[in-house]
Design a protein around this ligand. Structure first.
Ligand code: AMP
Length: 626
């Protein structure tokens, strides 16, 4: 390993990176100063690539070219039921590639999911390099505990395409427990890890003993997350608007985008406040002027709206507890992961279920990345007193006569692991048996994932049911599986190594690595542009708010021109057109000054110090006289 190693939580909704330095951890801020980066990539109509916050901001206005939740697609076959369910929730195009994998389409280009995740990882790599002031190559990346081999390998491929050396893939709940392990390393505890993120709910029951972690059971709901909580509030806002103004704006894309942003912000504020004021100026132009939203929402009202969502966490938790044969009262720590777990009602419901207060000492948005960085420090030898036992996320076995599935290694078995079972033939004088290796939990072979097939040949002629064929599975600490079939009569043996594969060929990965570096310079220019647009958005928002509050203090002419300018710049921000914004930058700053004066003075006398009356050119799209 060279340079410093970073831990990355590559999330469905947001990603986060962390580094351990001198036994302490530091979360790495991105270029905009945020500690998490939306896992969103967008391609504008002119072909520019946006990533993170910039991409998220245009999600609703440009839904077919904004790619998110790629984690639901990564490393999966197009025909898998999970993909089909995910696609029904995604507004962009997901197609079947020639190799049978799910790829995403933007315009006439197709991207493999790891290629898109690599764009997010590249952004994180860049932020880390800027923060640490050195090249960053080595990384530990986390994945959900239920990810299979192909999904894990595809995540590794994404890292490679981004120019990272992924030294280890770690389960997210393991990482969360590791983050706590640093604090509580000498205790034996049963941990309930409740991860309510932006798009999914994952529950993991783990045992931690003297720095050794073991997963006992996992479960979850792949369609329950913060997005659903935003949607509930957004729909309430649409209803409020309709009741006040008699207009249904729920189908207007740019209104949706603004309402969604406001809904998410209000939702987050309601985690710490009892009531929030919600104001959205200029929603649409009505017959008698612009229509706004101005309302308040109490935490109790919001909690009532989303109680059914919060309650959906309980059934998967009960499932996992049953699987592990544990009672809620046996759990010694309830660990919160994922931004949505900050909601007090979520914490209250978990507290009711487990009979103890959830542990909130580590930031739930950051805990997984912190754990990944700690795992990195364990691997590089910087932290010595923690050992980590990983487990197989899914059962492994072979197909039996009639399409059944015989498990040889059960899921959640600690690795490295070895186990074997003896099988026999079905028909008389059978000279060969086919060993079809599968991974999954279903009873039927065809419902599980096929990892490969091989034949054991030259069996001696014996009646059906007599030969004894021992099938052994070995999994090493990197998750590589070796399957051996041994005929106990003749001692003849056949072995197969199963290397995890994401579905991408080496050739494809190399092409993606080249593409990523070729566009790096162009992307960096555009990123600067987007940073500029984002900073204008903040200024614009405060001007719009000041205008809604104090616009009445301006003269009629000033009022008209300021409104025009704000609308022009708002449209440019929505369209991500930096040239229009630059052309109006000075005017916007002047308007800010004007509105500040209007706010301070609150009287026409003071406002008239700045004279806008001389200009009547209403086609200018801005304020000219200032
Ligand atoms: P994650 O995928 O873990 O980053 O979680 C992101 C989700 O957490 C998003 O839906 C956020 O809106 C939500 N979130 C972040 N902070 C809060 C908060 N203070 N209260 C409620 N939800 C939050």
């Amino acid at each position: 390993m060279a340079g410093r190693l970073i831990g990355i939580d590559l999330g469905t909704t947001n990603s986060c990176a962390c580094v351990v330095e001198g036994g302490d951890y530091k979360v790495i801020p991105n270029a905009e100063g945020s500690r998490t980066t939306p896992s969103v990539v967008a391609f504008t109509d002119s072909g520019e690539e946006l990533v993170g916050h910039a991409a998220k901001r245009q999600a609703i206005t440009n839904p077919r070219r904004t790619l998110f939740a790629l984690k639901r697609l990564i490393g999966q076959r197009f025909d898998s039921p999970k993909i089909q369910e995910a696609i029904s929730h995604l507004p962009f195009q997901v197609a079947k590639a020639t190799n049978g994998d799910a790829w995403v389409g933007v315009g006439d280009r197709q991207y493999a999911p790891p290629e898109i995740s690599a764009i997010v990882l590249s952004e994180i790599k860049r932020s880390a390099e800027a923060y640490l002031r050195e090249e960053v190559i080595d990384a530990v990346i986390t994945v959900p505990a239920y990810f299979d081999d192909a999904q894990r390998q595809a995540t590794k491929d994404a890292g490679r395409i981004a120019g990272l050396n992924v030294v280890r893939i770690v389960n997210e709940p393991t990482a969360a427990a590791l983050a706590y392990g640093l604090v509580n390393k000498d205790k034996r505890e049963l941990l309930a890890i409740c991860d309510l993120g932006g798009g999914t709910f994952d529950f993991t029951l783990m045992e931690m003993n003297d720095g050794v972690f073991e997963v006992l059971a996992t479960s979850g709901d792949t369609f329950l997350g913060g997005e659903d909580f935003d949607l509930a509030l957004m729909q309430w806002l649409f209803k409020q608007f309709q009741e006040t103004n008699g207009v249904d704006v729920s189908a207007d894309q740019s209104v949706q985008q603004r309402f969604k942003e406001v809904a998410e912000k209000a939702k987050c504020e309601l985690s710490s406040l009892d009531v929030v004021d919600i104001r959205i100026p200029f929603v649409i132009q009505g017959p008698d002027g612009p229509l706004h939203i101005e309302t308040t929402l109490k935490r109790s009202e919001y909690e009532e709206m989303v109680t059914p969502l919060v309650n959906r966490m309980i059934a998967p938790i009960q499932d996992a507890m049953k699987h592990a044969n544990q009672m809620p009262s046996n759990v010694s720590q309830v660990i919160l992961v994922g931004g949505q777990s900050r909601m007090p009602l979520v914490q209250k419901r978990l507290q009711e279920f487990f009979g103890k207060e959830p542990n909130k000492t580590i930031n739930p948005d950051e805990v997984v990345a912190i754990g990944a960085a700690i795992q990195g420090a364990v691997l590089s030898g910087d932290i010595k007193d923690l050992v980590l036992l990983d487990v197989t996320p899914l059962s492994l076995g072979i197909e039996t006569q009639g399409g059944g599935f015989a498990k040889i290694i059960n899921r959640n078995t600690t690795i490295p692991a070895r186990d074997k079972r003896v099988f026999t033939t079905v028909t008389d004088n059978q000279a060969r048996v086919e060993i079809h290796v599968l991974q999954g939990e279903r009873e039927l072979a065809e419902a599980n994932k096929s990892l490969g097939r091989f034949d054991l040949v030259n069996l001696p002629p014996l009646p059906g049911g007599v030969p004894q064929i021992e099938v052994a599975f070995d999994i090493d600490s990197n998750g590589i599986v070796r399957v051996t079939a041994l005929d106990l009569t003749t001692n003849s043996e056949q072995t197969m190594h199963i290397q995890p594969s994401s579905g991408l060929t080496e050739f494809e990965i190399q092409r993606m690595i080249r593409d990523a570096s070729q566009y790096a310079e162009e992307d960096s220019r555009r990123r600067d542009d987007l940073k500029y647009i984002a900073s204008t958005d903040g200024l614009l928002f405060s001007c719009e708010k000041a205008f809604a509050d104090f616009g009445a203090n301006l003269t009629a002419n000033q009022n008209r021109e300021v409104r025009q300018l704000l609308e022009t710049v708002r449209q440019a921000v929505i369209a991500k057109d930096s040239s229009i914004i630059r052309a109006n930058e000075t005017k916007l700053l002047d308007v800010q000054g004007l509105l500040t004066t209007a706010a301070i003075a609150g009287s026409e006398d003071a406002v008239s110090v700045v004279d806008m009356e001389g200009d009547n050119d209403s086609n200018s799209g801005g304020v000219n006289v200032l």
